[in-house]
Design a protein around this ligand. Structure first.
Ligand SMILES: C[S@@+](CC[C@H](N)C(=O)[O-])C[C@H]1O[C@@H](n2cnc3c(N)ncnc32)[C@H](O)[C@@H]1O
Length: 419
């Protein structure tokens, strides 16, 4: 049975609500309202945040009007899409298209970073930091605080719906807003789908007079839509220095090698990996990495090294690892072009690297803040299909110019959403 709140309680509640509504600062709150989330999940609370339901239920059909076609038809693929318009409207339109919705394998976005700047571009090559006053406006980056976060969040929710279940998203951001955006990404994609916070070395060391350390990195937040996502393990070539450091031993055949323990943490109670081998039990709290029968086979092949104290270790030869390359870590050095086609243009090789890891030939890649089309060119070079969106006429013109300058570009159509 509902009880009517007492008059005093009612006043306190109204006052609290009024204070909450006035707050423009971002605050943390424990989310207990949204039933889809766990109580332990953290949600960023700010004024003006709408529910996912409200956003997704107001999906409207958006018609895209074809303006012009470019490139060459390839016999097996439909035309790629370049759309000039506000990405929220366009993404909503794509959500209603069954040939696209839920079928995007990879998203890379590089949205404005809430810098409170305007970005200009000229006819020639343009420098991000020192654009001339004669250059024309490419785009403005004026949103801040809650307004900025909500603008990004609404787009991220729709992007999640557009992704295939095995798809992933990479969001490029900087150190000033990136940590708030990480929480929004956790909310939208789920903390368990967070894969990496990639540190990207963006430029050479700076010597500005600002108090504090020089800033030479930004961040790329990588999330998958589920735990089953496309992943083509990127490997890195080993340097001579790596080989000398990682494989310090040399065998009688002059082969470089190192050794690894044959046991791993965790005790096996009943299985064979907890049993005695060659008169030895695995050390307390550990188990053999492979069953004793397999250990004996390795020993016969001379692949186990015994220490003076009778401790066995597996030999790992440099040549086995050299052909595979070493695992890539979460710090990537891909500096941006010093004389870009467009302000804030990103390094083409960086984006090719990310697309190679998380999509395959023929997959659809989307960038809804495509700027001068770096992602579209990367996708084109790697034989992915693509969708690019930008609200700036300057950006769209630069994208078309760069795509048409490629020696071979597949058919793409320029669209505008119908008013
Ligand atoms: C940082 S730049 C992207 C640069 C791009 N990565 C490149 O390599 O050229 C951000 C882009 O987002 C676009 N943008 C900002 N708000 C947008 C919106 N609501 N809809 C579509 N594009 C938007 C801007 O016009 C700008 O071109």
């Amino acid at each position: 049975m509902k009880t009517k709140p007492k008059k005093k309680e009612n006043i306190i509640y109204k006052k609290a609500k009024a204070i909450k509504n006035k707050m423009s600062d971002i605050q943390f709150a424990w989310n207990t309202l949204n039933i889809k989330r766990k109580e332990s999940d953290i949600e960023l609370w700010y004024h003006g945040k709408i529910s996912e339901e409200e956003l997704l239920h107001s999906i409207i059909k958006v018609n895209l009007v074809e303006i012009k076609s470019y490139g060459r038809q390839t016999f097996h693929n439909p035309a790629n899409l370049l759309v000039h318009g506000d990405n929220l409207i366009v993404l909503r339109g794509l959500l209603a298209d069954p040939s696209i919705s839920g079928k995007i394998r990879q998203i890379y976005i590089d949205p404005p970073f809430s810098t409170q700047q305007e970005f200009r571009s000229g006819n020639g090559r343009t420098s991000t930091i020192s654009a001339s006053a004669d250059d024309y406006l490419a785009y403005e980056d004026r949103l801040k605080g809650p307004e900025y976060l909500e603008y990004l969040r609404q787009r991220l929710i729709i992007l999640r719906e557009l992704l295939s279940d095995d798809g992933s998203i990479y969001l490029h951001i900087d150190m000033k807003v990136g940590h708030y955006v990480k929480i929004i990404m956790d909310e939208v994609f789920g903390p368990s789908n967070f894969r990496n916070d990639i540190t990207r070395i963006k430029c050479n060391p700076k010597n500005f007079s600002r108090k504090g350390y020089g800033n030479i990195k930004d961040m790329i937040l990588f999330y998958s839509k589920s735990k089953y996502f496309v992943w083509n393990e990127p490997r890195q070539e080993m340097t001579e220095e790596d080989v000398l450091r990682l494989f310090p031993k040399i065998d009688k055949n002059d082969r470089r090698y190192t050794t690894n323990p044959l046991h791993a943490p965790g005790e096996t109670k009943n299985g064979s990996t907890g049993q005695v081998w060659n008169g030895l039990f695995p050390p307390p709290g550990r188990h053999w990495r492979i069953p004793p029968k397999e250990l004996s086979k390795l020993d016969k092949l001379g692949l186990i090294e015994w220490s003076k104290n009778g401790n066995p270790r597996k030999k790992i030869f440099a040549e086995e690892i050299l052909s595979k390359g070493k695992k890539m870590q979460d710090v990537l050095e891909f500096k941006d072009p010093p004389y870009p086609n467009y302000p804030t243009e990103k390094n083409l090789e960086l984006i090719k690297h990310l697309l190679s890891a998380s999509s395959n030939v023929g997959d659809i890649v989307l960038d809804c803040f495509c700027g001068s089309g770096t992602t579209l060119i990367a996708a084109e070079e790697l034989n992915r299909r693509w969708i690019g969106i930008d609200s700036s006429k300057v950006a769209i013109d630069k994208s078309i110019k760069r795509l048409n300058e490629m020696s071979k570009v597949s058919l793409f159509n320029l669209y505008r959403p119908k008013e």
